[in-house]
Design a protein around this ligand. Structure first.
Ligand SMILES: Cc1cc2nc3c(=O)[nH]c(=O)nc-3n(C[C@H](O)[C@H](O)[C@H](O)COP(=O)(O)O)c2cc1C
Length: 547
């Protein structure tokens, strides 16, 4: 039988081996249980020691020759440094956001990333981003108020999502955030900088008595393209600063200070994720964005360089550790949090998510940019949303108006997808837009193709709400944003206390992922120094029962 721990002799020349290890045999451990325990004690360093042709781990540094009875001298092989969970990532991330860990849970629209979720994370030393997209300003205001009462130290973020169709809403939200003293926003879906974004950032700049620039309002920009990242890594553009100055939204001093700070403190590189995604692989995106950051830092010489964090596909210790090892300043999770008890998602949705496999996701038309053919990643198993929404997009691409759709085709979608007459849907759509965005409605009166888009968007818009509220009878239409990270997570937690969905709590999951990453980092460190561990010690799995 293979030993639990062994050593490859071909690394004999390492300088470490010149230093002997002194101690007593009781301090040498080589059972699976002991090794697991030693490596999980993250605050304690470990030494790998070779004695009598066997390999061991010990917490003793073995520096002083021992005079005690039975003292031995053996060969030192490897060193594993302590690895507290707080040691991952960039410490300035923790300082800036008042967190203990370099980990945040990304926003999930319609309040799926709920007040409860953000508060639970904040209280435990993580950062949570409230899912404001799709909610009314009044609901967002009340959510911010509740979060602020529970987290008075501002250790939370609120999403500000680009709304190309509703620029006024975006400006209104930026003003609301400023008025309420929100200090961190997660900016997403941007292709360019906007008035609202620059307003939020620059209105928080001031000079300290010692002459430094104080940045009160922080922006974490979630991006998957380097040309967009560049814009956030540079200072605010002059034209937007001038507009804000002319409108009296910022002072001359702030406009001046804005020239010396980047638009974002952090860039979250978003790879293949749930919801909106370009499906890029994280392993390609991280080095690319880090290199763009290095270029810009060399050019701008900011006092604090921009951090680059990683999101998209992170749901296990292996993926989190890989991101940190590639240089991510922090990691971001999304899909896995939607299956948690704190999520603003229905029980039915959470159950489907907790059973999903990695291949159970698919790209489907997006509600917000339906006409442009933009797609989002959703759950495929247990819902027909993706198929039905794709059918609607095909029909939209083929016909220029409602009237052009052949009668049998129209009847079919009325029966299977809308479950209502399309004339009724149009009436409801008009009522919705009259209130919210009358200009959009005017366009639809002029352009029958746009009218068709608005009718079809009724289904795309409501299907995500049905998933949140758990609309009975509409289960097969639930639009559940989800990435492959969910399946990887379900595989990892199989048989552990995190398998049943009732036990899934955001904080436990975040801690288990970081614990696993720390454990696996220590294993990799031993392996890199020539220590061979049995296969079943390589990966970390959550315990069966919560201890
Ligand atoms: C259900 C769901 C809703 C999301 N909604 C938003 C959103 O409104 N704004 C946003 O910036 N990101 C949103 N995201 C992206 C997440 O914040 C996060 O960046 C992403 O899920 C990370 O990738 P992962 O799903 O592979 O973990 C959403 C993701 C999911 C799964």
């Amino acid at each position: 039988m293979q030993p639990v721990i062994n050593y490859t002799q071909n690394q004999n020349e390492q300088p470490l081996h010149q230093i002997p290890w002194f101690g007593i045999p009781d301090h040498l451990k080589n059972t699976k249980k002991d090794i697991l325990q030693l490596l999980l004690n993250f605050n304690q360093p470990n030494w790998a020691v070779s004695h009598d042709s066997q390999t061991y781990l010990s917490t003793q540094n073995g520096i002083n020759p021992t005079n005690s009875n039975g003292g031995i001298q053996s060969q030192r092989i490897a060193y594993v440094p302590p690895m507290p969970l707080e040691s991952f990532g960039d410490p300035t991330f923790m300082q800036t956001y008042g967190t203990r860990y370099a980990y945040y849970a990304g926003a999930m629209a319609n309040g799926i990333a709920s007040v409860d979720m953000v508060v639970a994370l904040g209280k435990a030393g993580f950062l949570g981003s409230f899912g404001s997209a799709g909610l009314s300003p009044a609901r967002i205001e009340s959510a911010i108020h509740s979060i602020q009462q529970s987290l008075p130290n501002h250790n939370f973020a609120i999403n500000l999502i680009h709304s190309p169709n509703e620029p006024l809403l975006e400006r209104h939200l930026a003003e609301l955030y400023l008025k309420m003293g929100v200090q961190v926003i997660e900016a997403s879906a941007y292709m360019d900088l906007t008035y609202a974004l620059v307003h939020f950032r620059v209105a928080g700049l001031s000079r300290t008595p010692t002459g430094d620039i104080h940045i009160q309002n922080h922006i974490i920009a979630k991006i998957s393209r380097k040309e967009v990242a560049r814009k956030f890594m540079l200072p605010a553009p002059d034209d937007l600063l001038n507009q804000l100055l002319a409108d009296g939204k910022i002072t001359h001093q702030q406009a001046e200070l804005a020239k010396f700070v980047p638009m974002a403190d952090d860039i979250t590189v978003e790879a293949d994720s749930g919801g909106h995604t370009d499906n890029r692989p994280l392993v390609a995106l991280i080095p690319t964005m880090l290199s763009v950051r290095d270029e810009i830092q060399a050019q701008m010489q900011y006092l604090q360089s921009i951090r680059v964090g990683a999101g998209g596909g992170i749901s296990t210790p292996s993926s989190a550790l890989a991101a940190f090892m590639m240089g991510a300043a922090y990691v971001v999770t999304g899909s896995i949090n939607q299956a948690c008890v704190e999520a603003g998602a229905s029980e039915h949705t959470r159950r489907l998510l907790s059973q999903a496999d990695m291949a159970d996701v698919i790209m489907a038309p997006a509600a917000d940019m339906f006409e442009m053919g933009v797609r989002v990643q959703v759950l495929k198993r247990g819902t027909m949303f993706a198929m039905r929404a794709s059918r609607l997009y095909e029909i939209y691409s083929k016909y220029n108006s409602l009237e052009e759709i052949p009668a049998p085709e129209r009847e079919k979608i009325e029966k299977t997808i809308f479950k209502r007459n399309l004339d009724e849907i149009w009436e409801e759509t008009q009522a919705f837009f009259e209130d919210r965005d009358p200009k959009n409605l005017e366009r639809a009166y002029q352009d029958p193709h746009h009218k068709l888009a608005l009718i079809f968007r009724w289904y795309l818009g409501l299907s995500s709400r049905w998933s949140v509220v758990g609309e009975t009878g509409r289960e097969m239409d639930y639009q559940i944003w989800c990435g492959p990270a969910m399946g990887a997570f379900n595989q990892w937690v199989r048989g552990s206390f995190l398998e049943p969905m009732e036990n899934r709590r955001v904080v436990d999951i975040a801690k288990q992922i970081l614990m696993g990453a720390a454990y696996q980092a220590r294993v990799r460190s031993l392996v890199n120094q020539g220590v061979v561990l049995s296969d079943d010690l390589h990966l970390y799995y959550p315990p069966d029962n919560q201890e």
